[in-house]
Write a protein that binds this ligand. Structure first.
Ligand SMILES: O=C(O)CNC(=O)[C@H](CS)NC(=O)CCC(=O)C(=O)O
Length: 344
């Protein structure tokens, strides 16, 4: 892995988030495998001002830049907003058009009762604050998992785990409510029973056109269900998002493997903003936020602790890969089902 951030500005506000690693895709390897493939010169990179010496790569600096924010949410909603807002402002300063926040960016509570108490409707104060933030910074925001009191709150007294996409004017352009709830007990990792407080979402959300590409919405545990990613790519997704709060046992074993597998099999970019560190006495998360390109290369990753990493999204590269490796044309829906034909 090449560390390519030497000339990046580092960033150390009071709580010291760190700028993550930015890596390059394996250009040489790819050109060996596919001699005719036009390799994007700089498909990934740091948002430093364009160096004069690099005038060669005309277009790559104009490719859209996305930012992935990694945080340690606690039960303190106000503090969490402050931390996220600081990272989002930094992402905007660095030139990102779209910033991704992890699941539970609003808070991570100590128990289901506290989760329910702290939850809000989409029209509440917290989303209002994020609307203003998106407007102020002029970027799109993927709010990866908002504890949402839905329309049925009065009857159910349960919430949805809602991925909200805001445009740069702060308007809600899409919502996806997590459809696979994480009810698991893994030895060595605290039990998770999301359905204690949460209702599974009723439907998938069609991918949304953003300045970085067509974004398909998912959340965390959803990444274990490739059917969902295939359905999203079939509906036109170019970027899959898995905002997450992975545990400390499944994290080292499965996190990167699952994300890279989803990227390779769908030939999409995969963006995964993660919770990291200790949220309170009962819970900690694995971190390792990353962006994976459609070849399966990790092109950006956060360092340990809160921070932000950035990647450029090159959709012509994605299209080329889909041409060179046309797995969607080779599928055998006659043998299984009709999933998995991307829109051209
Ligand atoms: O609890 C909240 O407030 C927000 N929700 C979550 O953090 C959810 C349910 S507990 N976490 C996961 O899905 C982790 C999945 C995971 O770790 C795996 O698939 O291995």
């Amino acid at each position: 892995m090449v560390l390519a951030v030497s000339s990046c500005r580092t960033y150390s506000p009071s709580h010291r988030p760190r700028l993550g690693f930015i890596t390059r895709p394996p250009h040489q390897l790819l050109s060996l495998l596919c001699p005719g493939l036009r390799i994007p010169r700089l498909s990934v990179h740091c948002a430093q001002p364009r160096p004069r010496a690099m005038a060669v790569s005309s277009s790559s600096w104009e490719l859209p830049l996305v930012a992935v924010c990694q945080v340690t949410s606690t039960p303190d909603k106000q503090q969490n907003f402050k931390t996220c807002a600081e990272l989002v402002r930094e992402a905007a300063r660095l030139g990102a058009c779209l910033a991704f926040l992890p699941e539970a960016f609003d808070f991570i509570a100590r128990d289901p009762a506290e989760t329910l108490r702290l939850s809000e409707p989409l029209g509440g104060k917290l989303l209002g604050d994020y609307t203003q933030l998106a407007r102020e910074c002029g970027l799109w925001l993927s709010l990866g998992g908002f504890h949402e009191r839905g329309q049925d709150w009065e009857q159910t007294q349960k919430i949805y785990n809602c991925h909200v996409l805001l445009n740069s004017k702060g308007s809600v352009v899409a919502t996806y409510r997590k459809t696979h709830l994480c009810d698991v007990e893994i030895p060595g990792q605290g039990p998770m029973c999301e359905s204690n407080s949460t209702i599974p979402g009723p439907s998938l959300e069609a991918p949304v056109s953003t300045p970085a590409g067509k974004v398909g919405l998912a959340i965390c545990y959803d990444m274990r269900f490739p059917e969902l990613s295939l359905a999203l790519v079939k509906a036109g997704a170019e970027i899959l998002t898995y905002p997450s709060a992975f545990g400390s046992v499944t994290g080292p074993a499965h996190w990167e493997v699952l994300l890279r597998a989803r990227a390779i099999e769908t030939q999409c970019y995969v963006v995964a903003a993660a919770q990291c560190g200790r949220h309170h006495e009962k819970r900690a998360s694995y971190g390792h936020s990353m962006v994976v390109d459609p070849w399966g290369t990790v092109v950006a990753r956060c360092s340990e602790g809160p921070g932000v990493c950035l990647a450029r999204i090159d959709l012509s590269y994605l299209q080329q890969l889909r041409q060179y490796l046309p797995v969607f044309q080779h599928r055998r829906p006659d043998l299984y089902d009709s999933l998995g034909h991307p829109r051209s």
